[in-house]
Write a protein that binds this ligand. Structure first.
Ligand code: CA
Length: 534
């Protein structure tokens, strides 16, 4: 146990009746809190790091306030100085979605931030890539093994010839066949795949590998008009061309022309070459910071997430919005308990209605599975001091900063060019599903906070990882890009951390590698499919 630092308790709001213990290893019973929060309070129990201590005597049934919001109700009387753990709390009921304040709070517009830029790849549609990647879209999981081998050959034989291309990404996924493709909700995974293939980091180059007999046919995945027109591929199958999709560069494995496995691999490798030639001709150009499309997310959260990393991300989010850029926050179950804060901050009553629509749909989705939002918290969250989803939500939503919410995106949809500012992109909180949906929305940089620690990464987009605690940042020194634990250590302010992160986002957008990129760490694309499997 570290006893080198004086005991430190952090309270988020003056009205709070609990604070969290910041010291590495927690504090033993009998510790006397020094000046600061609750000077002279004696701890009755050992309180682990990140866990709550009662600052006053709490009566049975009394609201336990953190962020000046009830994160639970005392199941029994809790004397001041006690460890307030999850077994002592009843979770507050979920807020009904009726009678919410709609666009009632209009935060004062913040001063525009001028003069910040990054170096990115400007696309024909006006979007800007932060990486220059060739993506190979697939219609169905059946082709994944073949595409993997083709990608290895492209990397070995072609990439050395095209040094300005950052890499090749096979968009492997579990969808495409054995699915109820016309069921309500099936459009979500389909449009997610469609829009990922159009992510700004892929430069508008679309090539597709299909099997042939699958339910998700190429023309359903990418109907004409949804993707940039490319020169006709000399290798596109005749069958496909006769269907009128002359602009889609497609390799169909069941094509009669394929004799033997190597003919399929050769075909994919040949098809990649013209795309690589065009990508290789591109160079980074200086663009305004307004071209950033940042997805924010947290995973492996602890009680420090809402004290250090998430407030720093929120400050950065405000800076990006002030610079004219776009910030998406997501994770339905982690904002559900703070729905009033969202609807009241909506730019218009319509945007507030859109928030209610998405969260209402998600309530029903969870209800069909006979669970609710409380299924979200993990054993690690609880070990890290988060008693329940209400407490986790209050710490999670801080990532969105303080701007008005300018619009709402349904899962799998892509941002339009006029959708700028702070966006609520409705997604599950699952790290890989949220990241996949934010890629579909058009994210070009991702920021991810973690307290327990996760090696999370994405192949299509750089992921900046922010540690909530110095102890994690020390142990995972070559996995975490920033240590927000310095806020709890008293070394920097939230504002300073927010600025540091903002500048880091610009650097990473300009090509600086994240630790996840350095180690080539990335998670699979995981589609959100609320529809049945057959
Ligand atoms: Ca998450």
């Amino acid at each position: 146990m570290s006893t080198s630092r004086p005991p430190l308790a952090i309270r988020m709001h003056a009205a709070d009746n609990v604070a969290i213990i910041a010291n590495d290893g927690g504090l033993p019973a009998g510790t006397v809190l020094p000046a600061g929060v609750a000077e002279g309070l004696v701890l009755r129990d050992k309180v682990p790091q990140g866990h709550k201590v009662a600052l006053t005597d709490l009566a049975q049934g009394q609201a336990v306030l953190r962020y000046n919001v009830p994160v639970g109700y005392a199941r029994q009387a809790i004397p001041a100085g006690s460890w307030v753990h999850e077994r002592l709390l009843d979770i507050p009921p979920a807020r009904e979605l009726q009678g919410l304040p709609m666009a009632t709070v209009q935060p004062a517009p913040q001063a525009p931030l001028e003069g910040f830029t990054f170096d990115g790849y400007v696309n024909a549609d006006g979007s800007v890539g932060t990486r220059n990647l060739l993506a190979i879209t697939t219609t169905v999981q059946c082709v994944a093994g073949v595409v993997k081998i083709a990608v290895e050959r492209i990397e070995r034989e072609l990439l050395p010839l095209f040094p300005h291309v950052d890499g090749v990404v096979g968009l492997e996924h579990s969808y495409g066949c054995g699915v109820a493709i016309d069921a309500p909700g099936a459009e979500i995974p389909i449009r997610t795949l469609r829009h990922i293939s159009l992510n700004p980091n892929f430069g508008g180059e679309v090539m597709v590998v299909s099997l042939g007999c699958e339910k998700l046919q190429p023309d359903r995945l990418l109907p004409l008009g949804t993707f940039p027109i490319q020169p006709v591929s000399v290798t596109a199958s005749e069958a496909w061309q006769s269907m009128g999709a002359q602009a889609l560069d497609l390799v169909c494995l069941q094509d009669d022309a394929h004799v033997g496995f190597m003919s399929m691999i050769d075909h994919i490798v040949q098809s990649a070459r013209p795309h690589l030639e065009r990508l290789n001709a591109r160079r980074r150009q200086t663009v305004p910071a307004s071209a950033l499309v940042v997805g924010v997310q947290c995973g492996g959260s602890d009680a420090f997430s809402g004290v250090t990393a998430n407030p720093a991300v929120g400050y950065m989010a405000d800076l990006i919005v002030r610079a004219g850029g776009t910030v998406m926050f997501s994770e339905n179950t982690e904002v559900r308990d703070a729905v009033e804060q969202l609807t009241s901050r909506a730019a218009t009553p319509q945007v507030a209605q859109d928030i209610v629509r998405e969260l209402g749909w998600y309530d029903q989705y969870l209800d069909r599975g006979k669970v609710d939002r409380t299924a979200n918290t993990t054993p690690g969250n609880k070990a890290g001091g988060l008693s329940n989803i209400a407490e986790k939500a209050m710490g999670s939503i801080i990532k969105s900063g303080s701007s008005v919410i300018s619009s709402v995106l349904a899962p799998g949809n892509k941002l339009r060019a006029d959708q700028k500012g702070l966006i609520f992109a409705a997604t599950p909180a699952s790290d890989f599903i949220c990241g996949t949906l934010q890629l579909a929305a058009g994210m070009n940089v991702h920021v991810f906070t973690t307290g327990r620690g996760t090696p999370y990464g994405l192949q299509a987009c750089p992921v900046v990882k922010v540690a909530t605690r110095t102890d994690l940042a020390r142990r995972w020194h070559d996995l975490m890009d920033m240590n927000a634990g310095r806020i709890a250590d008293g070394e920097i302010s939230i504002e300073e951390a927010g600025w540091e992160l903002f500048r880091m986002m610009l650097d990473v957008a300009s090509g600086r590698k994240t630790w996840a990129e350095h180690w080539k760490l990335h998670n699979a694309l995981v589609l959100f499919n609320p529809a049945p499997i057959t």
